[in-house]
Design a protein around this ligand. Structure first.
Ligand code: ADP
Ligand code: AMP
Length: 247
């Protein structure tokens, strides 16, 4: 439904869309609040599972990579600062991403909780997130660790195709669109990310092992990490996620 923009006049929204949004919100009101973090190397399946969890639990999905790419495309001051590190597969500064998340968590769609996808990626970011949540009397409920061997990731990353405006993800072999290069829902063209190459993947994996794996230890000490078998087919990973979240 294309009615999420704040500038939309409700009178212009078709009744059928209003009704289905109303029904969605009624269904959501009976769901428990959830504050989730998805952590895993690039290509481990975080973006694939997020929309399913988001719909099941009525959460907002905040993917810092998507937000940064939008800022780069719009050439905002933040995007200009982030671009160089992103192109090289390195992490952008903690302050930049913490600022983005702090702002995004205020959105009404995050009222019942959130899925953080690709954040926090350093222990400093995790500590800052905890401070942010503490101020609101909240805390992270669960960290889903998309555990997977590096060797599987090159094929996943180099075959990935994306519909930029929705974030829908496809794969030439594992999740092909109905028509090659075209989004199933809108018919719009799919793109490949500039950093989805075997060479840049090496730097991204290095950053993951050095800077992000300690984040998993940080949350393990709090006893909230659930390990997933992210090498399994998407549907099996979904089943594992659903089991973890319903327990
Ligand atoms: P991430 O968000 O963790 O970087 P994605 O969800 O975008 O990863 O997945 C990377 C690529 O691998 C995508 O092209 C996606 O279609 C594909 N993919 C995701 N999960 C699986 C899976 N369990 N098995 C095989 N391919 C997958
Ligand atoms: P992703 O879409 O999650 O693969 O992220 C793409 C790129 O955005 C990364 O390689 C980083 O350069 C940058 N990025 C995304 N999230 C973060 C974060 N939490 N901290 C630092 N850099 C990030």
């Amino acid at each position: 439904m294309a009615t999420s923009s704040a500038s939309v006049n409700l009178e212009d929204v078709p009744s059928v869309d209003l009704m289905s949004e109303l029904l969605r919100r009624m269904k959501c009101s009976s769901k428990p609040d959830k504050r989730l973090i998805l952590v895993g190397p690039p290509g481990s399946g975080k973006g694939t599972q997020s929309p399913i969890i988001k719909d099941d639990y009525c959460l907002c999905h905040l993917a810092t990579g998507d937000m940064l790419r939008a800022a780069v495309a719009a050439k905002t001051p933040l995007g200009v600062k982030a671009k160089e590190a992103m192109d090289k597969g390195e992490l952008v500064s903690d302050d930049l991403v913490v600022g983005i998340i702090d702002e995004a968590l205020k959105k009404p769609s995050c009222q019942k909780g959130f899925i953080l996808d690709g954040f926090p990626r350093t222990v400093v970011q995790a500590q800052k997130l905890d401070e942010m949540l503490e101020k609101k009397g909240a805390k992270v409920d669960k960290v889903l660790n998309f555990a997977i061997d590096d060797a599987i990731l090159e094929e996943r990353i180099t075959g990935r195709w994306i519909h930029p405006s929705s974030g829908r993800t496809y794969h030439t072999k594992f999740a092909p669109p109905k028509v090659l290069g075209v989004d199933d829902v809108t018919g719009e063209p799919l793109i490949q990310r500039k950093d989805d190459t075997a060479t840049v993947l090496k730097s991204r994996l290095e950053a993951f092992h050095k800077q992000t794996e300690p984040v998993i230890d940080y949350y393990s000490k709090k006893g909230i990490v659930a390990n997933l078998h992210a090498e399994k087919p998407p549907k099996e990973v979904t089943t594992e996620v659903q089991k973890v979240l319903s327990s």
